[in-house]
Design a protein around this ligand. Structure first.
Ligand code: AMP
Length: 228
């Protein structure tokens, strides 16, 4: 089963995606991460992208969809997680078309629900690895790195994302409400939406996701037995 995460900024979609990738072999496709790689490459395009991200706005659909299509083709038949796409209804419609073209029907959209205050606290405490992209949080003991300022996984320096400041976060949250929240209705209408309370600790959120994946496998085996 493939997974699409839909969530306000800093709801923890990056963290649970990494857990799923590490423990269950999912291909983790993060559009935010793809854009950050472009920025770090020092290209002209990366500079343009950085300005948009730093304002708290969304990057243009055309560029992001091109990046996504390339990644989906790369992972071919593997199971995957989409972290950060779709972020508006037009992208959801495009994704639907891509899935139709590739014959992908086995997927669920998981909404990681969290209120604005907690999302703000998570964003302002977030620190990420400058090399491997692992995420930590200085305001939550269970999410802090073992050694201050150093990545547990690769030993590189941890940095703050330039968009994780209070004023940009407010704009990002408004962008989410206006453009991304309607995507929830889109998946609700086609019976593909599941909601999870993401205000809990990441291992609890992860357990809920495992249940969803497990239940789906159980249901699938029942359906298969019936049709045999
Ligand atoms: P994220 O790491 O998912 O929080 O993404 C960081 C930033 O990258 C977002 O605030 C957007 O500016 C941009 N971004 C990521 N994914 C998309 C997308 N699907 N469409 C447009 N912009 C995106």
């Amino acid at each position: 089963m493939n997974i699409i995460f839909i969530a306000p900024p800093a709801a923890g979609k990056g963290t649970v995606s990494s857990l799923l990738a590490t423990n269950y072999g999912y291909e983790h496709i993060s559009t935010g991460e793809l854009l950050r790689k472009e920025i770090n490459s020092g290209s002209e395009l990366g500079q343009e992208v950085k300005e948009i991200i730093d304002k708290g706005e969304l990057v243009g659909d055309e560029l992001i969809t091109k990046m996504l299509t390339k990644e989906l083709t790369r992972v071919a038949n593997a199971k995957f997680i989409l972290d950060g796409y779709p972020r508006n209804v037009a992208q959801a419609e495009t994704l639907n078309q891509i899935f139709n073209n590739l014959g992908i029907t086995d997927y669920l959209a998981i909404y990681l629900a969290i209120d604005e205050d907690l999302a703000t606290k998570r964003a302002l405490g977030r620190i990420i690895c400058s090399k491997c992209g692992s995420t930590y949080n200085k305001y939550f003991t269970e999410l802090s790195p073992k050694k201050e300022g150093i990545c547990d996984k690769c030993g590189e320096k941890l940095v703050t994302r330039s968009e994780d400041n209070e004023s940009t976060f407010k704009v990002r949250y408004q962008t989410y409400l206006q453009q991304t929240a309607p995507v929830l209705d889109y998946y609700q209408k086609i019976n593909k939406l599941v909601t999870i309370d993401s205000s809990r600790e990441s291992d609890e959120v992860f357990n809920s996701i495992k249940e969803i994946i497990g239940v789906s496998k159980w249901l699938q085996s029942k359906i298969l037995k019936k049709s045999n």
